[in-house]
Design a protein around this ligand. Structure first.
Ligand code: GLN
Length: 183
């Protein structure tokens, strides 16, 4: 079973390294044909407008939409979360932390209260989540990681730390070991 990393732009090699460190077999996904070879996909942080544009050029946007609607597990970090907003009952605002807080690190609470050092880079805010969305991490009162069925998003970048807990969670999600509490 191969896990894809969308390799258009952004923190591609960091996600590949994190998944490999968890023991996963990783494949870079650039065109629709690549997507047929993977069981799940990670969408890295980067610039969502650029990623969106380039996905459209190759038709990867439509192929990915079909796979997501078909239940393929997908995890989006930061820009990736912005791209996945369309598939979830959440509302996301780009670049929503003020200028001073453009990029920052913070100790956050993850998986029901455990500490995690989270890195935010011009991060979006997850403003609203509907009832069907499971909240997995918060920064203060703000939701920064959540899941709806097969879709996982975080506004921070676990791939930029050596903490593998989020990637391990995603791999468990792929294996069906952590069913969403909201399903
Ligand atoms: N600000 C970027 C965007 O809007 C996201 C930043 C990131 O992924 N680190 O796409």
């Amino acid at each position: 079973m191969k896990i894809g990393v969308l390799a258009i732009q952004g923190s591609v090699k960091e996600h590949k390294a994190a998944l490999a460190a968890c023991g996963a077999e990783v494949l870079e996904v650039r065109v629709p044909d690549d997507l047929t070879r993977v069981a799940a996909l990670v969408i890295p942080g980067g610039e969502s407008t650029t990623i969106r544009k380039l996905m459209k050029l190759t038709g990867l946007d439509k192929a990915l939409a079909d796979r997501i609607r078909g239940g393929m597990p997908v995890y989006g970090t930061c820009a990736g979360a912005i791209l996945l907003e369309d598939f979830m009952d959440i509302e996301v605002e780009r670049n929503a932390y003020g200028r001073q807080m453009d990029s920052f690190e913070a100790e956050i609470k993850i998986f029901k209260g455990k500490s995690f050092n989270a890195i935010f880079i011009r991060a979006p805010k997850i403003l609203k989540t509907s009832k069907g969305v499971e909240i997995l991490a918060k920064y203060g009162k703000e939701v920064i990681m959540c899941r709806q069925g097969n879709i996982l998003v975080s506004s921070f970048h676990p791939e930029l730390t050596s903490d593998l807990r989020v990637h391990k969670y995603f791999l468990k999600m792929i294996d069906g070991q952590v069913p969403s509490e909201k399903c």
